[in-house]
Write a protein that binds this ligand. Structure first.
Ligand SMILES: Cc1cc2nc3c(=O)[nH]c(=O)nc-3n(C[C@H](O)[C@H](O)[C@H](O)COP(=O)(O)OP(=O)(O)OC[C@H]3O[C@@H](n4cnc5c(N)ncnc54)[C@H](O)[C@@H]3O)c2cc1C
Length: 375
């Protein structure tokens, strides 16, 4: 990261949303391939590193906003590869997973919807699917679909009469139209976050993951590891932002001494150290729960809230410590601040995780009451 990728941060090849161009990403991937660190979390036999091991690799790749793209550890591909590796049939793995692992294709996950459809509440899904012979026909709209523009593999959630379903499709596809890609606060992800219309998409029946109505169960497989891997990558980015802020505070003078010697600045950096360490421990704890074979739904909710909120504080303090320099694009601190802001929303906003934890508290309390015979 430090020797090869970070020097590319000043490379001007960006699209009109500020994201790295496909050409730049390809060049970076080639370097990673040559160094033997492309898709480092998936081993040649197709097995996955443990979550605790993954944390080491993904945190290192996160040191630069370009790192996950270079090493093929970026969202949403990393989560999609995990899902297909766990539940894809050999045919699906050969056709859709292999090009992703080899870094020859990007993928997108189609869940969220505009017009009052699925958002924080996925059960509001409006995209419909029905079977027609040996095909399924899908109609609906999706929004905030990261990387859909330029992706070659799509994982689409839609509802049949049985419930949620999950499909794989090739992209681009004439039945999948990109309506717009809005400007967003973040810009590390190629393709941005598109709004899409799906118009009579016909998918062969064997491209459904599992059975009709099992879509949310399959989404669960992806859920906790994907939440956690965002924590890992963004913790890497905040470690770097903190290093830059520390360097600034140790060099810059104000009122006759270096900034670090002003208690107000020193305390901000000390609080960063504490937040970064707590984030590391929270990630490690949740990773060991997942490595133990649990789905880790509650644990990954707790980790996602704790880490995203802690990293937001870290990024904000880095900007503050660096004064005017902190808000310029001269360092990655400004970008990390913007990216982490979005992370507090995707993969479940903080409030939704707290709300589902509160529901669990109530459920557990009721179960304990019933067990103890207390009315
Ligand atoms: C950068 C980015 C990338 C994304 N990439 C993808 C992608 O690739 N694929 C995909 O399918 N989706 C993606 N999303 C969408 C993301 O998953 C949704 O934004 C998220 O689930 C929230 O849904 P919403 O935006 O509709 O917010 P809403 O459902 O409108 O909620 C708005 C706010 O209401 C509050 N809220 C909601 N429910 C509760 C509750 N029960 N209790 C308390 N407060 C609550 C929260 O503060 C929440 O932020 C992405 C989003 C962003 C920002």
């Amino acid at each position: 990261m430090r020797d090869t990728v970070i020097p590319y941060e000043r490379d001007p090849r960006r699209d009109h949303h500020g994201a790295p161009t496909e050409e730049l990403v390809e060049e970076l991937k080639e370097k990673a391939r040559a160094a033997g660190v492309l898709t480092p979390h998936i081993l040649p036999d197709g097995s996955h590193l443990t979550q605790r091991e993954t944390a080491v690799v993904l945190t290192a790749s996160g040191l630069s906003p370009l790192g996950p793209l270079a090493c093929n550890t970026a969202a949403p591909d990393e989560g999609n590869m995990y899902l297909l590796g766990k539940v894809g049939s050999p045919d699906i793995q050969a056709r859709f997973l292999k090009p992703l692992v080899e870094g020859r294709a990007r993928s997108a996950f189609f869940m969220t919807e505009p017009d009052g459809g699925a958002g924080s509440d996925p059960s509001m899904m409006q995209t419909r699917c029905h079977q027609d012979g040996n095909h399924w026909v899908i109609n609906g709209r999706k929004t905030f679909i990261t990387g859909a523009q330029g992706a070659k593999v799509g994982i689409i959630m839609a509802k049949s009469d049985d419930g949620a379903c999950m499909f794989l499709t090739d992209l681009p596809h004439p039945a999948i139209r990109i309506d717009r890609v809005p400007n967003t606060i973040d810009n590390s992800m190629p393709g941005g976050h598109a709004t899409i219309t799906i118009d009579n998409l016909r998918v062969p029946a064997d491209q459904m993951l599992g059975n009709s109505g099992e879509g949310f169960q399959y989404a669960q497989v992806r859920l906790s590891p994907a939440r956690l891997s965002h924590c890992m990558r963004w913790r890497g980015a905040c470690i770097r932002a903190h290093e830059i802020a520390m360097d600034y505070a140790n060099r810059r003078m104000a009122f006759g001494k270096t900034l670090i010697d002003h208690e107000g600045v020193g305390f901000m950096l000390a609080e960063n150290m504490i937040d970064l360490k707590q984030s590391e421990l929270m990630i490690d704890w949740c990773a060991s729960v997942l490595d133990g074979g649990s789905l880790g739904t509650a644990e990954s909710s707790m980790a996602k809230v704790a880490v995203s909120e802690a990293l937001m504080r870290v990024a904000d303090r880095c900007v503050q410590v660096m004064g005017g320099m902190g808000v310029t694009a001269d360092t990655i601190v400004e970008q990390v601040f913007r990216e982490i802001r979005a992370f507090r929303i995707y993969d479940g906003p903080t409030e939704v995780h707290k709300w589902s934890l509160a529901k669990k508290i109530k459920r557990d309390w009721k179960a304990a009451q019933a067990g103890s015979g207390v009315a």
